[in-house]
Ligand binder design. Sequence first.
Ligand SMILES: Nc1ncnc2c1ncn2[C@@H]1O[C@H](COP(=O)(O)OP(=O)(O)OP(=O)(O)O)[C@@H](O)[C@H]1O
Length: 271
Amino acid sequence: MILLSVSPDLETETGTSPYAVRVEDLSITYRTTFERKPTLKQAIVRLGRGERAVREVHALKNVSFDVRVGTSMGIIGSNGAGKSTLMRAMAGILPPTAGNVEVWGKASTLLALGVGFNKSLSGRENIVLGGLASGLSRREVEERADEVAEWTELGDFIDMPMNTYSSGMSARVGFSVAVHMKPDILMIDEALSTGDAHFREKANAKMSELRESARAMFLVSHGLGSIGEMCNDCIWLDKGRLMMRGAPEEVIEAYMTHVKVKKSATTTEDI
Ligand SMILES: Nc1ncnc2c1ncn2[C@@H]1O[C@H](COP(=O)(O)OP(=O)(O)OP(=O)(O)O)[C@@H](O)[C@H]1O
């Protein structure tokens, strides 16, 4: 999990803007090294020249949408569709390759599990670090740390190193930090998937509470039920493109139909 505030150049004064986020023609391309079974000779020649094969992954392609204050937006799509990439771009972790992202307010982000914590430190110590990374002052963090720790219901574990935690226990710490930092914009990426039933219920209640106070909320989930319950707006991404935006029931239905059609098409092609 990674917890941080939006970088200052991305954050705009909230003022009276009716918008929480505006994404304009956003494209994100990852550059990564790629080896398609090079022969020994090719590998040696390249190594001699100091070259590496580079592959570009177009994770988001010309995505545009705006989000008004009061929106709880679900983001759905198949594996690799670009959901986490979009969240990272909105959180200011990933700079756009092209296009713009504008964010009105302080974002609290709870992204991919395991990232962002120093596992050799205790849960309580990570709560303090997470709070500082979210842009709170030392005093504000000290004031809130006990409440955040208490919320996790981890008992004595909260003062033990996080490398002794299960993934669900880490998720509790990350979620607790993210929701207690009084964010203007809350971004949650699949965080609830590792929690047990009790935690999920508690987390859902907390998110409902936050929906009232935050300017906007984003939820990435493969659990379409949670999107339907928690969100009043939804976008569907497929292979980096924005396929549809609208009421969660309608977007979920279109996505489900697409998934089914794609499955049968693949079967036909296979024949
Ligand atoms: N750090 C990276 N370097 C290179 N490629 C990446 C990186 N992170 C993601 N990708 C690629 O970008 C594309 C979008 O990935 P992303 O994680 O945003 O998808 P996702 O919709 O969140 O998927 P999932 O539902 O599986 O979590 C994928 O093709 C993925 O392989």
